[in-house]
Design a protein around this ligand. Structure first.
Ligand SMILES: C[S@@+](CC[C@H](N)C(=O)[O-])C[C@H]1O[C@@H](n2cnc3c(N)ncnc32)[C@H](O)[C@@H]1O
Length: 334
């Protein structure tokens, strides 16, 4: 049952919109045979998990204030400054370390963030990925790898309308040209020895491709459908994480049957992939419409996995006569 909590005053000292006043704070929980989805603030809900219960986490945090997901002051994307965002995220990063088993991995999906003329009076980039590395290492994680996720510059030019990618910029003054912005996978390891070796099912051919510092073949459109997560008249948008990215992380850095965490579960992409690949999943999501969609997505997967397939072998009756007339045809007119 969803629980409604009044917003504590310290979280919003200067409420300026009715949104803040009415949004409130909801918590809830849904479970399936191999998953648990917690509705609420990851800062608080992570504290409910015992020490060292997580084998791997995979997530895409809000990219500071780049996209706003909800009006809640608990939403990391509603930070007023980058410093406030990093302070807020620090609570989650520290709890994530507490709940992770020694020697195990956290995979974080990030991208660097642009400075725009209209907002910042300058065109340029900020080293958001570097700030996330500092936030994790400050919290005690070991920085253990960075993979660049290749991007299609033409698709990015169409989507973002960035002047920095256009032929006209090249022809006018190429000092303002820059390559497409990649995404990154940042890999962190919890200190201590890993006591259960990870026996990956990744083939040698796959590892030859995935050992590259640049991952090719992450399909940008291969995501869980976000449509159901959009509330009416809500222009705030979700960016579901590419399933290929999640799948590589889970197959590389967890065993089947182990538990995968996403503290920013969104519509459930990481937990859905974990369960589909035979792992268990725990997700936390603040926004109730996304959480409801995640629950629907996971229940759909459960139903799909429970359904017999064309190739399932029916239970054979040892007493049946092989040549007997099939029951459905008995007595039927031919
Ligand atoms: C980049 S999206 C994650 C999308 C997710 N990977 C997916 O594929 O659906 C970031 C998410 O963090 C959530 N979020 C922001 N602040 C949060 C908090 N304090 N606790 C839990 N979730 C939060 C947002 O509502 C948003 O769904």
């Amino acid at each position: 049952m969803t629980t409604h909590h009044p917003e504590p005053a310290y979280l919003d000292p200067t409420p300026t919109t009715t949104d803040h006043a009415t949004a409130g704070y909801l918590t809830d929980e849904a479970t399936g045979p191999a998953w648990r989805l917690l509705l609420g603030d990851a800062c608080e809900r992570l504290t409910e998990l015992p020490d060292a219960c997580i084998d791997l986490s995979v997530c895409s945090p809000p990219f500071a204030q780049l996209y706003n997901y909800s009006p809640s002051p608990r939403d990391l994307s509603n930070s007023h400054t980058r410093g406030e965002f990093l302070d807020h995220y620090g609570y989650i990063i520290r709890e994530q370390l507490r709940v992770t088993k020694p020697g195990r991995i956290a995979c974080v999906h990030v991208a660097d963030i642009t400075l725009q003329k209209v907002l910042h009076n300058v065109i340029g980039l900020t080293d958001f990925s570097g700030e996330i590395v500092t936030a994790f290492t400050t919290a005690g994680w070991i920085f253990d790898g960075r993979v660049t996720i290749d991007k299609d510059p033409q698709a990015q030019a169409i989507r973002t309308k960035s002047q920095s990618l256009l032929f006209v910029t090249k022809d006018r003054d190429s000092s303002m040209l820059r390559p497409a912005l990649p995404d990154y996978l940042l890999k962190f390891r919890a200190p201590g020895d890993n006591t259960v070796p990870i026996r990956s099912d990744v083939s040698n051919e796959e590892w030859i491709a995935w050992a590259r510092p640049v991952w090719l073949g992450i399909r940008e459109t291969n995501t869980l459908n976000a449509r159901l997560g959009k509330e009416a008249a809500d222009e705030r948008h979700i960016c579901p994480l590419q399933l290929d990215f999640i799948e590589r992380c889970i197959r590389l850095w967890s065993n089947t049957g182990e538990t995968v965490l996403s503290p920013f579960a969104g519509i459930g992409s990481e937990i859905h992939t974990a369960v589909r690949l035979g792992r268990r999943g725990i997700g936390i999501e603040l926004k109730s419409s996304y959480w409801h969609t995640a629950v629907t997505n996971l229940r759909g997967l459960d139903a799909h996995q429970a359904a017999p397939t064309l190739f399932d072998t029916p239970t054979l009756d040892p007493d049946a006569t092989p040549d007997a007339e099939p029951a459905c045809t008995a007595g039927e007119a031919r």
